[in-house]
Design a protein around this ligand. Structure first.
Ligand SMILES: C[S@@+](CC[C@H](N)C(=O)[O-])C[C@H]1O[C@@H](n2cnc3c(N)ncnc32)[C@H](O)[C@@H]1O
Length: 246
């Protein structure tokens, strides 16, 4: 399964930066939740091309950046020579020692065993250390989920439930602050939205994707009919911002 996630993200290396509208918005808000001032040792998980890394560098200093997708990481590495880049799995951290800050934007919803890997990750946080993550949660792509049931096209990756995810952090002996924000972005067309979505590499759904042309056509027809507003195609994203201290 991880190999499919990695391939999907690697294949987006040329399109990610021009497609990641929601990830940019989310990264901006997560940056506001970061602690002020330079932090000792920082770990960023799911760096991608470095959209959030730039904000993190500016606010807290250079991080050790981990991502499973080497093609995206290579792009980030070219921009930020002072950071350390490690291609690896955030669920089996390829780093040693403790960090003053562990963070990551729009990434850890891809963890396959968060109930094990989040506690393991927080073991790398030093006493008094801070963490801050943004996580795409259930409720994202609510329109597409409904249409998928009606047409068979547009299967959606099973995103974590916000309460389940928060409970994992709460069970780790850290203080936890939660905030959920819902964003609705409006696209010019259904195909325009699908193209952008594909451009970010977030295409792995874990489900069989063999669909007919008829179901695709039906999806294109029904989306504006059921959800269209003023000629635009709304897409809902639900984000959990979770931060705290050990
Ligand atoms: C939507 S992108 C977000 C990238 C960047 N943080 C941003 O805000 O634009 C998700 C990133 O998480 C990475 N990722 C997914 N699963 C991962 C894992 N288990 N360990 C490390 N990185 C992972 C993907 O390769 C991808 O670069």
């Amino acid at each position: 399964m991880k190999i499919h996630i990695k391939h999907a993200f690697c294949s987006s290396s040329e399109s990610y930066d021009s497609s990641c509208d929601i990830q940019r918005i989310v990264a901006e808000h997560l940056a506001e939740l970061l602690p002020d001032g330079t932090q000792d040792r920082i770990l960023e998980i799911g760096t991608g091309t470095g959209i959030f890394t730039k904000l993190l560098n500016e606010k807290c200093g250079s991080a050790v950046c981990v991502d499973i997708a080497d093609a995206l990481l290579a792009k980030a590495a070219r921009q930020f020579p002072d950071n350390i880049f490690i291609c690896g799995d955030g669920e089996y951290l390829p780093v040693g020692g403790e960090f003053a800050l562990i963070t990551g934007s729009s990434a850890i919803q891809w963890f396959q065993q968060p109930e094990k890997s989040i506690p393991a990750m927080l073991k790398h946080l030093k006493k008094g250390g801070k963490f801050a993550f943004s996580v795409f949660v259930e409720g994202t792509f609510v329109e597409m989920s409904i249409l998928n049931q009606m047409t068979g096209f547009g299967s959606v990756y099973a995103l974590p439930k916000e309460d389940d995810f928060a409970r994992i952090f709460e069970g780790c002996g850290v203080s936890v602050n939660k905030e959920v924000r819902e964003y609705v972005l409006n696209f010019e067309s259904v195909s325009g939205f699908l193209k952008k979505q594909k451009g970010t590499g977030a295409t792995f759904s874990g489900k069989d994707k063999v669909t007919s042309k008829t179901s695709y056509k039906k999806f294109l027809e029904l989306y504006p009919e059921l959800f269209g507003e003023n000629g635009k195609i709304p897409v809902t994203y639900r984000i959990l911002y979770i931060s705290g201290e050990k």
